[in-house]
Design a protein around this ligand. Structure first.
Ligand SMILES: Nc1ncnc2c1ncn2[C@@H]1O[C@H](COP(=O)(O)OP(=O)(O)O)[C@@H](O)[C@H]1O
Ligand SMILES: O=C(O)C1=C[C@@H](OP(=O)(O)O)[C@@H](O)[C@H](O)C1
Ligand SMILES: [Mg+2]
Length: 175
């Protein structure tokens, strides 16, 4: 039985790599944000707006425990998931955890064009975005580092690169 969690900052590739990796490994793919959106019939932005970040984090923890019971799954967590409650310990206790490590410049380049659906970034200017990324990474790194594996996910910009990254991730987890 396999249960793998991908963790890492927004834009690190949890959804992109997770989807491709799950397909290659014949695992069910669950993106925690999408799971929440389906269960609540609301987008992540709507949940943040209606319940605040604290309300979202409560839901996120509850849904994490729901999907953490599933078997033969790859779960793409949200960027903040490991950093609240005992979520990181929980993921480590029920599965394998992989931290997708991506440097701030690459995150910035990705998030600049993909910030709109992310309530913590949506209204930021370029300068603010870089500051938010670097200061959040400082705070979150202690949690991300608790993952059982660390994987460099800086090469995800094309179909070919995603395929190569899938192969490398498989080698890492088979070790
Ligand atoms: N089909 C694609 N082609 C090129 N780049 C992509 C594609 N899909 C995702 N990416 C890049 O990978 C980044 C990672 O996004 P995503 O997987 O949503 O990260 P996360 O789930 O960790 O927040 C995207 O912001 C984008 O730059
Ligand atoms: O880092 C965070 O606090 C968040 C990351 C998002 O997921 P992605 O990392 O998949 O963008 C989503 O859960 C929410 O916008 C909050
Ligand atoms: Mg995602």
């Amino acid at each position: 039985m396999k249960r793998i969690f991908l963790i890492g900052y927004m834009g690190s590739g949890k959804t992109t790599l997770g989807k491709a990796f799950a397909r290659a490994m014949q695992l069910q793919f669950i993106d925690l944000d999408w799971y929440i959106e389906e269960r609540f019939h609301k987008t992540v932005q709507e949940l943040f707006a209606e319940r605040g970040e604290n309300g979202f984090r409560e839901i996120e923890r509850n849904m994490l425990h729901e999907v953490g019971d599933f078997e033969d799954v790859l779960i793409a967590a949200g960027g903040g998931t490991p950093c609240f409650f005992d979520n990181m310990d929980y993921m480590n206790s029920v599965g394998d955890t992989v931290f997708l490590d991506v440097n701030p410049e690459v995150l910035f380049r990705r998030l600049k064009i993909a910030k709109a659906k992310r309530p913590l970034l949506a209204d930021k200017t370029d300068d603010e975005l870089m500051n938010v990324i670097t200061s959040a990474l400082q705070k979150r790194m202690d949690f991300y580092r608790q993952a059982k594996y660390t994987f460099n996910a800086e090469r995800l910009e094309s179909y070919e690169q995603i395929g190569e990254s899938v192969k490398k991730l498989k080698l890492l987890l088979d070790k």
